[in-house]
Design a protein around this ligand. Structure first.
Ligand code: ATP
Length: 644
């Protein structure tokens, strides 16, 4: 994963890598600007090759335009949809896991560079044109045309839906159902119940964004919304529930079921049996096509309501496919936490929509007022259907306090909570040797090692006993998270460390071959046929049919013969990105050093909010403060263009 970060917040100079001759990162015969930027480590071979090939085809000899094209390709890898040439020389340094020295690079003069791009036969300028040129210049941003088209589609689709006509709602029934389903516990008279408001907005609008941190009641609201929608007279609406990964879909299904159990019998019956699927499955993934689905603009989904959870993980490309496929008159409810890390692929759609400036919708305000919800008519109606849930129902305690301080960018408060000695938060202040990654004193890691051993031992025992559910539950007892994949702070190194602790502490651990019982697994590539998704985790268990890999899938785990798995690895530690959409009883997070380009507020927030009972942060105070002060920035034009 990677993000673009605020260079001003970087405390230390970035360390130059030393490219060596024969390095696979170097393109042979690359000359001129492309060669220089490749040698400096800014551009990868794929960026250079693409830029050269496209420039050759279109007869564009200007090296500055070729460089801009290569940087636009590169931007996607960093999660950005486009590149801002005027600011690129100060923001380009955060290549995924490497640090690049930018001093002395021959950056073109920004005005002349922009002019050269605008005049190039490779570039369409503004919003028009037939889309046949590979690049697009819009509002000072340079896009690859394909991503411009996707952003445009998302913007137009959302704006059309925001301003689309409302629905014929039985106001009396809706009012009664909203009162019944949202008992407003603990709220003062006249105080807005955001969950109730979000459900009302979803009933009235074509697009609703149900935003909130962990445990703020998003799923509870979804369950009650299902009852509200099905309480309306007329044909029962067809409702789809979906999430980006199998694990997130399973969690959504389970959480909606358990939230439904708290409703009265009639509302329970209205919700009925709930099932959630992955977005890929909902849209109709087709073998042989990575991005085209059975349901699209010409073959809409049949559903009247589509609810998508964990929206922060949804990329721009996936959002475009989703919006094309959802009927223009259907309700779309986007659920997620905009403060979390964005999708691995380019885009930050949820954060862009949730934070886009705009005018409160007057017609929605009138319709909301008619429902008479306490407090709602006293404030402006939501902008772009965004309702933010703020009251935490789950953690309370210091994890919530920590999350709040991180969101507020208050590094003093973050450090104070970490050092408070609260039972649910720990701070292991250690600095690894930057060269070797050695820990000053192994006793510093006692809590981490204990947590790893406890969870590993439980997983092994359950796996041996063939207790699939227990083995999967043990997997979620503790998770070790890192920002980096490689190096002293990376997943590979910490995974080995954890494995060593387990081998030392658990008799027979890992001795029964590659598919040893209790082996924790991570899926590293989507396998739509098997229903396994990048980031899914499982565990090797003993079953009457032999050794199987078990993956959590709602009530019924899925059991797969190991020979059918080709993209899995052992997961004693994982990246924070991969942990999105999951929570664990305990989380330990290895904070990267202050100079790490991956160290952002969203990273720290996502890591600590993966824990339900205790989070242990391992790192230096300086690194923690640095993270809190540095928001991830992803270049995209969506946020501003949604404003109108
Ligand atoms: N209005 C409420 N009254 C009482 N309890 C609530 C309310 N809303 C949520 N809860 C409780 O808070 C907990 C968290 O709720 P829920 O799972 O809906 O949150 P969430 O935002 O979906 O969390 P996550 O992001 O982790 O999925 C649940 O135990 C739920 O029962």
């Amino acid at each position: 994963m990677s993000t673009t970060t605020d260079p001003a917040a970087t405390a230390r100079p970035v360390v130059p890598p030393a490219p060596s001759p024969g390095d696979p990162a170097l393109v042979r015969h690359a000359r001129g600007l492309l060669g220089t930027f490749n040698t400096a480590g800014v551009l990868r071979p794929a960026d250079v090759h693409t830029a050269r090939a496209v420039a050759r085809m279109a007869g564009e000899p200007d090296e500055r335009v070729q460089l801009a094209l290569a940087l636009a390709v590169r931007a996607l890898r960093n999660g950005s949809v486009c590149v801002d040439l005027a600011g690129v020389s100060s923001t380009v340094f955060d290549e995924a896991e490497e640090q690049v020295d930018l001093t002395g690079l021959p950056w073109p003069e920004p005005d002349a560079w922009a002019e050269a791009c605008r005049a190039s036969p490779l570039v369409s300028v503004g919003g028009g044109g037939d889309g046949s040129r590979p690049l697009r210049w819009h509002d000072g941003q340079l896009y690859l045309e394909r991503y411009w088209q996707q952003e445009e589609l998302v913007r137009q689709q959302l704006q059309r839906r925001f301003s689309g006509e409302g629905y014929a709602v039985d106001v009396e029934r809706a009012r009664a159902a909203l009162e019944r389903l949202f008992p407003r516990e603990g709220l003062a008279a006249g105080e807005v119940d955001r969950q109730q408001e979000a459900a009302a907005v979803s009933l009235l609008s074509r697009v609703t964004v149900l935003a909130g941190g962990p445990g703020t009641g998003k799923t509870t609201t979804v369950a009650r919304l299902l009852a509200l929608l099905r309480d309306q007279p007329g044909p029962e609406p067809r409702i789809a529930l979906a999430a980006p990964t199998g694990k997130a879909a399973a969690r959504l299904e389970e959480a909606v079921r358990s939230a439904t159990a708290g409703l009265g019998p009639e509302d329970r019956a209205r919700v009925g049996d709930v099932s959630a699927s992955t977005l890929h499955r909902l849209l109709g993934w087709q073998p042989g096509s990575r991005s085209r689905f059975r349901h699209d603009a010409t073959n809409h989904l049949p559903h009247d309501v589509v609810i998508v959870d964990e929206m922060s993980m949804v990329s721009l490309t996936m959002m475009a496919r989703l919006l094309e496929a959802v009927r223009p008159d259907a309700r779309l409810v986007l659920v997620g936490d905009p403060d979390q890390l964005s999708s691995v692929e380019a885009g930050a759609v949820l954060a862009d929509v949730a934070r886009a400036p705009g005018e409160p919708s007057a017609p929605l305000g009138e319709e909301l007022a008619a429902l008479g919800l306490p407090g709602v008519a006293d404030e402006p109606p939501p902008v772009h259907g965004v309702v933010q849930l703020t009251r935490p129902w789950r953690f309370g305690g210091s994890i919530e306090e920590l999350a709040r301080a991180i969101r507020a960018s208050d590094d003093d408060a973050v450090v104070a909570v970490l050092r408070s000695g609260a039972p649910d938060v720990g701070f292991c202040e250690l600095e690894l040797d930057p060269e070797t990654g050695r820990v000053p004193g192994p006793e510093d890691l006692a809590e981490l090692a204990d947590a790893v051993r406890g969870a590993g031992r439980a997983a092994r025992a359950a796996a041996e006993a063939g207790q699939v559910g227990e083995a999967l539950a043990a997997l979620d007892q503790h998770r070790l998270l890192c920002a980096h994949r490689r190096g002293p702070y990376g997943v590979t190194r910490w995974s080995l460390e954890a494995e060593r602790w387990l081998v030392e502490a658990v008799p027979g651990y890992g001795e029964d071959g590659e598919w040893y019982l209790g082996r924790p697994l991570l899926v590293t590539a989507n396998d739509y046929e098997m229903g396994l998704y990048n980031g899914d985790t499982g565990v090797v268990v003993s079953t009457p049919q032999g050794v199987r890999a078990a993956f959590a899938r709602g009530a019924e785990p899925s059991l797969v013969a190991p020979v059918r798995l080709d993209a899995v690895q052992t997961v004693h530690a994982m990246t924070v990105h991969r942990a999105q959409g999951s929570q664990f009883t305990r989380v330990s997070f290895v904070v990267p050093p202050p100079a790490s380009p991956l160290l952002t507020r969203e990273l720290l927030y996502t890591a600590v909010t993966r824990a339900t009972e205790r989070v242990l942060v391992l790192g230096t105070e300086e690194a923690v403060r640095q993270a809190v002060r540095r928001p991830a920035l992803r270049a995209s034009g969506l946020r501003l263009r949604l404003a109108g």
